[in-house]
Design a protein around this ligand. Structure first.
Ligand code: FES
Ligand code: FES
Length: 961
C-alpha cells in the first residue's frame, strides 16, 4: 500500500497544507508541485545550488532535503515570495540592471541566497558576498560571478537607504541612441522572478495525456556488441506504455550530420540515436521507456538490461591512432580526416633546423565538459497544424529540423522546432541529439505528447564535449625572437561520432599561432574516432586546442630569446601587410594598439608579482606569484555559405515586430536582436520617426513564425543579424515612405495593398572575397572578419600544496563596436571563467568520477577572481553597418594559457597537459626543489610521421593516408 502524508509549511508568509510522499519527496519536489517553479533543479545532487530556498532563516539546497526532514510549520521563502514583476525586490532589479542574468537558470537561487545574506548582514563586503555564495554552493556557469556580486552590492545600498532603486538603473539616452548601452535583456524580468519556464517547468505543466520518457543508458562499456536488450521485466512494470528501441524508429535513427570536407575518409552519418548493434561510447542509449509518470518510467528503465560482448575500447586519440588499433566504425579508419596548412618555404624542416632559436614541445588539452547548470529536457507533440513539434534547447533551429526529419522519417516541412528558455549550452546544444530522440519517442508512440528528461549524470554521459587535442610543435625564430617558421602536428580525439570533426580541425589550421606573423609554416590537424564522448561545439570551437600549444610555445620562445613574454608578442604580432597562416589578410590589424593598451597593466602586474614574491621570501611564506599573457581571437561567421534571414513587420499598433531565430543560450539572443533592430531602424528612419526601445517587439525561436537566422555559433549572430536587420529595415522604410516624404501607417499600407512585413536574407557570399580552405594546403579565406583578445592573468601558487589561485584576469579585446555593453561584458567574464576552469580543474575523462559539475571541476564563486576586467579597443568594422564584429568566442579562446603561463612564471612549473591540478603542479615543484628538471611529455605518436604524411599529400593531393 502506498502511504502519503499531510503536512503544513509556512511558504512565503502563508500556511499551506499539502499531501506528500514521505518516501520519495524532497523539499524541491514538493515546492515545485505546489507551483513554485522559480526553484530550479539542476544537478539534483546538492552541488549546484540552483534549488536554493530559505528554511527558517537558512539557505538550503532543497533537492537533497527530504521532506520528512523539514519541520512542520517551518518558514520557507522562495523566489516567488521575494518579489514579482510588478513589485520587484531591489535584488531582482539590480540583477537585471547589472547584466547579472544570462541564461537565468541560476538567478532565482542567487537572489534567494543573497536575500538571506542581506538579512543577516546588511552591509557585506564583496568578499563576504563571494564567501556566502561559495559556502552555499551557488554555481553560475554563465557570468563569472562578478556581475552577480555587483548586483548584490547595489541592492544592499538600496536596502540600507543609501540610494533609491532608480539610482541603480542604467540611465537611458535621451536621444534614443541605444547602441552600445547596457539595455536590460527583455527575458530578464521573467528569469529574476522565477516565472521563466525552462524545460523541466514546461514538463511539469504539460497537459494530461503527456507520457514521460526516460532513457535506458546501460553505462556498462565504452565499446560493446549488443547481443540482446531485455525489456520483458520492464514491460510489466507499473504505468509503462511502451519500451522503444531502434526497431521502432521509422527514420534513419541518425543525426543529419555527415563529414563534408573533401579529404574526409567517410561520409557516413555516424551519430546513432538509439543503439542498434553496438555501443560506441559509455553514454549511448539502448532504449526509451514511456510511462504515465516519470517515476514509473524510471522504475521500468532500471529493469531493462542488455546482454553484450565487450569490444576493444579506444579511449583516446593516441590509442585509436596506433597502427594495430581496432576500428571504431567499420567503414573507415580511426584517423579519418587531415587538414594541412602550408605557407611559405617548401622545406620547412631545413628552415627550422637552421634557425638561431628553436623551441619544441608536446601539449595536451583535456575533454572539457560544458556543464550548463540546467541539463536537458525536451518535449514533443503534434501541434494544431499536425506538425511534429519539438521544444528543446536548440541553438540551430533549422539545422535541428533537418536532424529530426532524418531521424524520424517525418518530412522536414512537417517538423516545427521551438526553443525553450535555455539554462545554458555553450555550444553543446548545436547537436545535442535529445531533440531528435524526443521526436523519435513521440512518433513511435503514435503521436502521443511526450516529455523527455534525464538526470544530470545521464546528461553528462550522453552529451558531447570539447574534443581533447595532442599537439607536437616546433617554432623557429631569429636571434631577436622574430618567428621564422612554425611546424605542428595535432591530433583531435573526436570520440564516438564524427559530426563536425572535419570542420573543427580547420580551426587548428587557422588559429595555431594566431594572430602572429608566421612567414612559413607546415601544420597538420588530424581527427580520430575513439570510444569516448563525442566531440562537439563548445565556445571557442577548436581554437583553445590550438592556443594550448602555440601560446605555451610563445613563452618558451621568449625565454630562449631572452625577452619578456610581452616583448616576444610585441615583436611577432601581425602588422598591416602580414598574412595569416592561410595566406590572406587578417581583415584588421589591432595588434600594436591592443598591446599598447595592455602594457601598463602588464607592467604593473609584473611589478606586483615581484613585490609579492620578495615579501614571501622575507616572511618565509611558501607562495609564489606569477603573470601570464597570451594572444587569442576567433573567426566571425560560419564560413563562405553562411546566411542570416530576418523579418520586420509594421504592426497595427505602430510598433515594429522583429522575427528571427537568434537562439538565446544565455548569451543574449533577445537583447542582441533588440539592439541591432533598434539601430537598424534608427539609422534608417532618421528624423522621420523616433524609435523608442519599447517600439520593437521580438518574435523569436519558433520555426512556425521565424525565418532562419542560422545557428548561434561561430560568433556570427550579432555580426550577421546586424547586416540583415539593416537591409530589412531599409526595405520596410522604402515601403512606408510616401511620395511627400512622410511615412505610411500600417492601416494606410493595407489600404494601398502594400505589404507590411519584409524579410531579408544576407548571404556571406555577398562579401565577394571569401574562399574555403584548400583541402591540401589550408590556403583560403573563409571568414569575413576576426575578433581579437589579449588575456593577462595573475596567479598565486601555494608551493606546499600546488594549488593555483587566479587573482585576476584582464582582457583587452577588439570586437568592433560594442552593441550592448552588459551583454558583451557578460560574455567576456563568462568566457574567462570557463578558461580558468579549463586551465585548472575541468575534465570529463573518468566517466564515473566526473559525472556531476563538482566532480568534473566546475569553478565556484571563489575559484574565479573578482578582479575580472575587459577593456575594449573598438575598431569599427567596414563589413557591418554598425561597425560591430562578433563578440563571444574570442573570450574563451586562449585565457586558459594565461593561467598556465602565469603558473610557470610563478614557480617554474610548465604544465604541458591540462588541467593544471594542484597534484600536477605540486609534483613539478617537488622535482624542481629537488634539483631535477621537469620532463616534457614525449612527442606524441599521431598515426604517422608528419613529414611523410605531408609528402604523401604533396605528391598525391588525393592521398587519404
Ligand atoms: S544543488 Fe539542488 S539542483 Fe543542484
Ligand atoms: S546565468 Fe547563471 S547559470 Fe546561466
Amino acid at each position: 500500500m502506498i502511504q502519503f502524508m499531510k503536512m503544513t509549511l509556512n511558504i512565503n508568509g502563508a500556511d499551506r497544507m499539502f499531501v506528500c510522499d514521505p518516501k520519495t519527496d524532497t523539499l524541491a519536489t514538493v515546492l515545485r508541485r505546489l507551483g513554485l517553479t522559480g526553484l530550479k533543479v539542476g544537478c539534483g545532487t546538492g552541488v549546484c545550488g540552483a534549488c536554493s530556498v530559505i528554511v527558517d532563516g537558512k539557505v538550503v539546497r532543497s533537492c537533497t532535503r527530504k521532506i520528512t526532514s523539514v519541520k512542520e510549520y517551518s518558514r520557507i521563502i522562495t523566489i516567488e515570495g521575494i518579489g514579482a514583476p510588478m513589485y520587484l525586490h531591489p535584488l531582482q532589479t539590480a540583477m537585471m540592471e547589472r547584466g547579472a542574468v544570462q541564461c537565468g537558470f541560476c538567478s532565482p537561487a542567487f537572489i534567494v541566497s543573497a536575500y538571506q545574506l542581506l538579512l543577516d548582514d546588511p552591509d557585506p563586503s564583496r568578499e563576504d558576498v563571494r564567501d556566502w555564495f561559495q559556502k552555499h554552493r551557488n554555481i553560475c556557469r554563465c557570468t563569472g560571478y562578478k556581475q552577480i556580486v555587483d548586483a548584490v552590492m547595489d541592492a544592499a545600498k538600496v536596502l540600507r537607504g543609501e540610494c533609491t532603486v532608480e539610482d541603480i538603473k542604467v540611465p537611458m539616452p535621451q536621444d534614443r541612441n541605444y547602441y552600445g548601452k547596457a539595455l536590460v535583456r527583455p527575458a530578464a524580468l521573467a528569469k529574476v522572478t522565477g516565472l521563466a519556464d525552462f524545460g523541466d517547468d514546461i514538463e511539469l505543466k504539460m497537459p494530461d495525456g503527456t507520457l514521460h520518457v526516460v532513457m535506458v543508458q546501460p553505462k556498462v562499456a565504452h565499446h560493446a556488441k549488443i547481443l540482446r536488450i531485455n525489456t520483458e521485466e520492464a514491460e510489466k512494470s507499473e504505468g509503462v506504455y511502451k519500451i522503444i528501441t531502434h526497431k521502432d524508429v521509422k527514420g534513419s535513427n541518425r543525426l543529419n550530420f555527415a563529414p563534408f570536407m573533401p579529404r574526409s575518409l567517410t561520409t557516413e552519418k555516424t551519430h546513432i540515436l538509439l543503439a542498434e548493434d553496438k555501443i560506441f561510447n559509455y553514454g549511448d542509449i539502448v532504449a526509451l521507456v514511456a510511462a504515465d509518470t516519470k517515476a514509473n518510467a524510471r522504475e521500468a528503465a532500471s529493469k531493462v538490461t542488455i546482454e553484450y560482448e565487450q569490444l576493444p575500447e579506444m579511449l583516446s586519440y593516441l590509442e585509436a591512432a596506433l597502427p594495430d588499433a581496432a576500428r571504431v566504425h567499420d567503414d573507415h579508419p580511426n584517423v579519418w580526416f587531415m587538414q594541412p596548412t602550408l605557407k611559405g618555404c617548401e622545406n620547412i624542416r631545413e628552415l627550422i633546423e637552421a634557425a638561431p632559436i628553436v623551441v619544441e614541445g608536446s601539449f595536451y588539452s583535456s575533454r572539457e565538459p560544458h556543464m550548463p547548470v540546467e541539463g536537458d529536457t525536451v518535449q514533443a507533440y503534434f501541434d494544431e497544424d499536425g506538425m511534429l513539434t519539438v521544444h528543446c534547447k536548440s541553438m540551430a533551429i533549422y539545422a535541428n529540423i533537418g536532424d529530426i526529419a532524418e531521424a524520424t522519417g517525418v518530412p522536414a516541412e512537417k517538423v516545427r522546432v521551438v526553443q525553450n528558455p535555455t539554462g545554458g549550452s555553450f555550444g553543446w546544444g548545436i547537436a545535442s541529439a535529445t531533440y531528435a530522440i524526443a521526436a523519435i519517442a513521440c512518433v513511435a508512440l503514435g503521436g502521443r505528447p511526450i516529455a523527455f528528461s534525464m538526470a544530470y549524470e545521464e546528461f553528462m554521459a550522453f552529451s558531447g564535449k570539447r574534443c581533447p587535442s595532442y599537439s607536437n610543435t616546433r617554432l623557429a625564430a631569429g636571434a631577436d625572437g622574430r618567428i621564422i617558421a612554425a611546424e605542428w602536428d595535432t591530433g583531435l580525439d573526436h570520440g564516438a561520432y564524427n559530426e563536425l570533426g572535419d570542420d573543427i580541425s580547420t580551426r587548428i589550421a587557422r588559429f595555431m599561432y594566431f594572430p602572429y606573423n608566421v612567414p612559413n609554416c607546415l601544420g597538420l590537424a588530424r581527427v580520430a574516432s575513439s570510444n569516448h564522448s563525442y566531440g562537439t561545439a563548445y565556445r571557442g570551437y577548436g581554437s583553445p586546442q590550438a592556443y594550448t600549444a602555440s601560446e605555451a610555445m610563445m613563452d618558451m620562445l621568449a625565454e630562449k630569446a631572452g625577452v619578456s613574454p610581452y616583448e616576444i608578442r610585441w615583436r611577432n604580432v601581425a602588422r598591416k601587410g602580414d598574412l595569416n597562416i592561410n595566406g590572406y589578410e587578417f581583415t584588421s590589424y589591432p595588434g600594436e594598439q591592443m598591446m599598447e593598451m595592455i602594457k601598463p597593466i602588464y607592467d604593473k602586474a609584473v611589478e606586483d608579482a615581484k613585490a609579492a614574491n620578495a615579501a614571501f621570501g622575507e616572511s618565509g611564506e611558501k607562495h609564489r606569484r606569477g603573470v601570464g599573457l597570451v594572444w587569442g581571437g576567433y573567426n566571425v561567421a560560419d564560413g563562405t555559405t553562411d546566411q542570416c534571414t530576418v523579418a520586420i513587420e509594421l504592426g497595427e499598433d505602430g510598433r515594429f515586430y522583429k522575427y528571427d531565430t537568434w537562439q538565446d543560450q544565455g548569451q543574449g539572443g533577445d537583447i542582441g536582436s533588440l539592439m541591432v533592430t533598434l539601430e537598424a531602424l534608427r539609422t534608417t528612419f532618421g528624423d522621420k520617426r523616433a524609435i523608442d526601445k519599447d517600439d520593437v517587439v521580438l518574435i523569436q525561436n519558433d520555426s512556425k513564425y521565424c525565418p532562419d537566422h542560422g545557428p548561434t555559433a561561430s560568433s556570427r549572430s550579432h555580426f550577421m543579424n546586424g547586416i540583415s536587420s539593416k537591409a530589412c529595415a531599409e526595405k520596410l522604410f522604402c515601403a512606408m515612405l510616401k511620395p511627400d516624404g512622410t511615412l505610411r501607417t500600417c492601416e494606410e499600407m493595407e489600404e494601398e495593398n502594400i505589404p507590411t512585413k519584409y524579410e531579408n536574407q544576407f548571404l556571406n557570399e555577398e562579401f565577394g572575397n571569401l574562399t574555403e580552405l584548400d583541402p591540401n594546403t589550408g590556403v583560403g579565406n573563409p571568414t569575413p572578419d576576426y575578433n581579437f583578445a589579449l588575456f593577462l592573468s595573475e596567479v598565486d601558487v601555494d608551493l606546499q600544496t600546488g594549488k593555483t589561485t587566479v587573482l585576476s584576469m584582464k582582457s583587452v579585446a577588439d570586437v568592433g563596436v560594442v552593441g550592448n555593453a552588459a551583454a558583451v561584458e557578460g560574455q567576456a567574464f563568462g568566457g574567462m571563467s570557463h578558461t580558468i576552469g579549463f586551465a585548472l580543474s575541468e575534465n570529463y575523462e573518468d566517466v564515473r568520477k566526473h559525472n556531476n559539475p563538482l566532480g568534473a571541476g566546475i569553478p565556484g564563486p571563489k575559484d574565479i577572481p573578482d578582479d575580472l576586467e575587459i577593456i575594449f579597443a573598438e575598431n569599427p568594422r567596414w563589413q557591418n553597418p554598425f561597425g560591430s564584429s562578433g563578440a563571444s568566442e574570442a573570450f574563451q579562446s586562449s585565457g586558459h594559457m594565461a593561467v598556465i603561463n602565469a603558473i610557470y612564471d610563478a614557480c617554474g612549473v610548465r604544465v604541458y597537459e591540462l588541467p593544471a591540478t594542484a597534484e600536477k603542479v605540486k609534483a613539478g615543484i617537488d622535482i624542481l626543489s629537488g634539483g631535477g628538471e621537469i620532463e616534457p611529455p614525449q612527442k606524441y605518436f599521431l598515426g604517422s610521421d608528419l613529414y611523410e604524411e605531408m609528402e604523401n599529400i604533396r605528391s598525391d593531393p588525393k592521398h587519404w593516408g
